[in-house]
Design a protein around this ligand. Sequence first.
Ligand code: XMP
Length: 512
Amino acid sequence: MAHQLVIVLDFGGQYNQLIARRVRECGVYCEVKSYKTPLAELKALNPKGIIFTGGPNSVYDEKSPHITKDIFDLNIPILGICYGAQLMAYTLGGEVSACQTSEYGKTDTNYDNSSILFGGIHLPSTASSWMSHTDYVSRVPDGFRVTARTADCPAAAFENAERKLYAVQFHPEVNHTFAGQGMIDSFVKNVCGCVGDWTMAGYAKTAISEIREKVGDGKVLLALSGGVDSSVAAALLAKAVGSQLTCIFVDHGFMRKNEGDEVEAAFKDSGMNFIRVNAKEQFMNRLRGVSDPETKRKAIGEEFIRVFEQEAKKIGKVDYLVQGTIYPDVIESGLGDAAVIKSHHNVGGLPDYVDFKEIIEPLRMLFKDEVRKLGTELGLSPVLVWRQPFPGPGLAIRIIGDITDEKLDILQEADFIFRQEIAKAGLDRDINQYFAVLTNMRSVGVMGDARTYDYTVALRAVTTSDFMTADFAKIPYEVLAVAANRIVNEVKNVNRIVYDVTTKPPATIEWE
Ligand code: XMP
């Protein structure tokens, strides 16, 4: 099914992905393209609208990204945001000047509700918008009218409705802009005429038929980690090519409690060839006595490849290898570049070890939230669809120091209890990652009348949008108290619980 397209033209803005996600939230498909994309190429895509992103430059910088004036004559609606607004004004003969006072943060904005962008979304005449700029549009081009103002910005929004050209100095894609999502919705629906034909049900249908056509009667191989991306990719491929697909799930024994079985249960009856390799012994042998974090990680990575390779060899030559690349990976690795091949799940260099013809990346155009929606659409269990990120080396890097069976049991139990309590408190979708760590420290406690000398378990929970920086989650004390109490009572050899209250940086999310 062909769907309508909106193009987000990237001028180097930090919010380019966010804009694209907001458009997709309106049920409208969009793709991010570089501002360098030739006009003929953009036109050939037949977009219903174009959105210019913000960017760090000033239009007067020699090196700043510019755009040909011809784009405004294509008769395609355009919305310019921040730098994109300034660029529109500058290119069409308006004037851009340096702000006397830069605006940054939430700013009171007066809206003219007669604009199609703001009317119809119940926007009060004054509301907050999110500003971040040091230049401003001091004179709008001929034919344009101003539709929003702030104390320091006389043209916070302007438009030429006849030519379907709209511009906002603020960032409607940022949540702090009151009704920002509604403004984007107004632009794509009321100005561009998009009907909202982008659904995950439609995507699944198209993807399945495209995969069938491509694969023919070829053989497909997928390394399944149990993570969201590889699980959804597996479910999609299974629907498309069933028994021609083989998924290899290397269970290194460092999964969380019950997790290996959950992954197996989800795929056992899917029609594909599902191979679970229970390789715990092999990994434990390799890790015996290893306590240095980097050595652990390296050993696990190498062992993983070895096990995977052994299994893949049994299958013989495959035609396609599936990778769970998602759209943010594509955008971040350079817009417009050719196929991006990323090794997932720490299987650095995996493709080198497996003989295959081509890579299939069925999630390449999807954002993470869309991958989850697709997983739900395909009938995957919520346990897999809503799985929090989990490092490839698993619990091995959450046991500080050397790893033993006893320590692994302790950590699995403690972690399970913590996750149960977070879910019970209804916090599981608000906290981005939460887990237990078995520290290598023991301390004195008292249980009954006896002295104990047992392990300390640390609880870690963070909120973050990109996992590059993170804050510790402000979990209510009562929830922590119940989790701590249960862990010391139900898990043997643990007598003390601490909560990690460091941010990243300077700490990292994981402890190793
Ligand atoms: P750090 O500890 O670096 O973690 O703050 C950031 C995010 O990355 C995850 N992580 C990994 N994910 N393989 C992965 O697939 C790994 O080796 C790995 N190490 C850390 C971590 O869980 C967090 O979400």
